[in-house]
Ligand binder design. Structure first.
Ligand code: G6P
Ligand code: ZN
Length: 543
């Protein structure tokens, strides 16, 4: 076993976003690419020497090979210990939990989330800090700076470590502990939720399908839903992680998880259905004959969380990203809870969770979570739903109806215009910005504009300010249009138009979202000239 210092030179474009560095797998497999970045991670955190880390990934192509490189580099740089999931697997929330539980100095998660996997698809590497959450920008900036100056990296020359069997082994003086990726996470879920109640629910004939989409939540769902909670075998669909996720996009939404949506809308619908994404942090919730929007799911969870033991003492507060519908605000208002509106991106919840100001958080982009970890958590959301259904013993449809009868309904839809010419999209946003001051008081078919602004966020904890976070146009009576350019698109620009209208009349809470939103959709076109700017008559994707 020999330690080697390998000469290298900086490789352009290794700038980590909030979800780490994401590139085509082949790029990551290129000479020194992964090694340069890992060496820069060490540089960004003040070195690896004497530290302990968690390591795991979503099982996509190159996952285990990358883990072996990271282990050899950590050992060569003097790290004390790495806790790694068996076969290098860990879901993102499970990694977040393990970092917190074992009090490590952070962790490395190998994932490109809901992006497709395979040699011709995507790979990613992300660093989470000791609180279990993604590294903040000042840390990722230091990593990026290091990628521009790296001239060598340290690595052990040795055989692969056995990651297939549990236990502790030595790698050049560094301890490698291979742990069951599910065990600690499942224990945490048992603390938060009433497993006996949920077991009784299943024992009474309640049926469920969980689509793991050939990704990392398969083993978690098999263990928790089928083994610990007694759901029928076959409840978990696509439960064996595959390096290419079966060729699809492991993204739990009505487009990529269409077979599941078709199932709940058809004659053989189970009582409850759900799906999660590549790395297990996103979720989709369905019931017999109903799709629950992520915004509504957040509101329902906030209204009923106290039914689960982990939240029986009530919530400290709730938070949602700005484009997420205001359904949760109504619950917060009724319960006298603080409600925060943050920019898009899970990282903005971190300070509120650390400070104990918010307990539940959620985003329209299928992320829901709480202060139990510092990532959004797909299976956690599913289990909280199950706990609520086990306590209330009503159908998902009935639960939603009761919710809307109590709070009114925020009809909601997101229209995406993908791969739009970037300069035209920006010109449209700029033209809109120029118009904002004149909008209040203006009349459209749906009503009068009450306010219009560009969203900026002042973090109440660290007092930092984040500007240019999307345009909001709010109408009297509660309708709202939000315009934003996606921060995660890869080709051109993706324009997202978030449409919301509020209905408190119980006679009118069961319409289709498209019908209820038609007035607000026309107003969005009238105000922004979306068709002219994008050259599209219709959105490419509606969620
Ligand atoms: C990632 C983040 C989410 C965020 C989403 C927004 O998935 O983890 O927290 O909501 O990106 O994506 P967008 O494409 O709308 O910028
Ligand atoms: Zn994800």
């Amino acid at each position: 076993m020999e330690k080697r210092t390998v000469a290298t030179q900086p490789i352009g474009g290794q700038k980590p976003g909030t979800s780490g560095l994401r590139k085509k797998t082949k790029v990551f497999m290129g000479p020194h690419y992964l090694e340069n970045f890992v060496q820069s991670i060490w540089a960004g955190i003040g070195g690896a020497a004497g530290k302990s880390f968690v390591l795991g990934g979503d099982g996509r192509y190159f996952n285990e090979q990358a883990a072996q490189v990271i282990l050899r580099m950590a050992a060569a740089s003097g790290a004390k210990k790495i806790i790694v999931g068996q076969n290098a697997l860990l879901s993102t929330p499970a990694a977040s939990h393990l970092i917190r539980k074992r009090k490590t100095d952070g962790g490395i998660i190998m994932s490109a989330s809901h992006n497709p996997g395979g040699i011709d698809e995507d790979f990613g590497v992300k660093f989470n800090i000791a609180n279990g959450g993604p590294a903040p920008e000042e840390v990722t900036n230091r990593m990026f700076e290091a990628t521009k100056t790296v001239t060598s990296y340290e690595i052990l020359e040795t055989q692969d470590v056995d990651l297939s069997t549990l236990g502790t082994r030595d790698l050049g003086g560094m301890e490698v502990e291979v742990v069951d990726p599910v065990e600690y996470y499942a224990e945490l879920m048992e603390e938060l939720f009433d497993f006996q109640k949920i077991r009784d629910l299943f024992a009474g004939g309640f049926t469920m399908k969980f689509d793991a989409m050939h990704a990392v939540t398969g083993p978690y769902a098999h263990e928790i839903l089928e083994r610990r909670l007694g759901a029928a075998s076959g409840t978990v669909l696509n439960g064996i992680p595959k390096p290419d996720f079966g060729g699809g996009h492991p993204d739990p939404n009505p487009i990529w998880a269409k077979p599941l949506v078709d199932l709940v809308m058809g004659p053989d619908a189970p009582d409850f259905a759900a799906a999660s994404d590549g790395d297990g942090d996103r979720n989709m919730i369905l019931g017999r004959g109903i799709y629950v929007t992520p915004s509504d799911s957040l509101a329902v969870l906030a209204a009923n969380a106290q039914l689960a033991p982990g939240y029986a003492g009530g919530l400290a507060g709730v938070a949602r990203s700005m484009p997420t519908s205001r359904a949760v605000d109504l619950v917060a208002q009724a319960k006298g809870l603080e409600c925060f509106e943050t920019p898009t991106g899970w990282k903005f919840f971190g300070n509120l969770l650390d400070a104990g100001r918010a307990t539940l958080c959620g985003e329209e982009s299928a992320g829901t979570g709480s202060d139990h970890v510092r990532e959004k958590d797909g299976l956690w959301a599913v289990l909280l739903w199950l706990n609520i259904l086990a306590e209330t013993r009503v159908s998902v449809k009935e639960l939603m109806s009761r919710h809307w009868e109590t709070y009114g309904r925020n009809y909601y839809s997101r229209h995406d215009y993908e791969a739009v010419d970037a300069s035209r999209a920006e010109a449209m946003m700029n033209a809109l910005l120029g118009k904002l001051a004149d909008l209040p008081g203006a009349k459209f078919g749906v009503g009068v504009v009450e306010s219009a602004d560009e969203f900026a966020y002042d973090d109440p904890i660290d007092k930092s300010r984040s500007e240019h976070q999307g345009i909001r146009i709010i109408f009297e009576g509660g309708s709202r249009i939000v315009f934003r350019l996606s921060g995660t698109g890869t080709v051109g620009a993706t324009l997202r138009v978030y449409l919301e209208t509020y209905e408190s009349n119980p006679e009118r809470i069961h319409e289709s979202a498209d019908a209820a939103l038609s007035g607000i959709i026309s107003a969005a076109e009238e105000i922004a000239g979306i068709r002219a700017a994008t050259g599209r008559m219709q959105p490419d994707v509606k969620t």
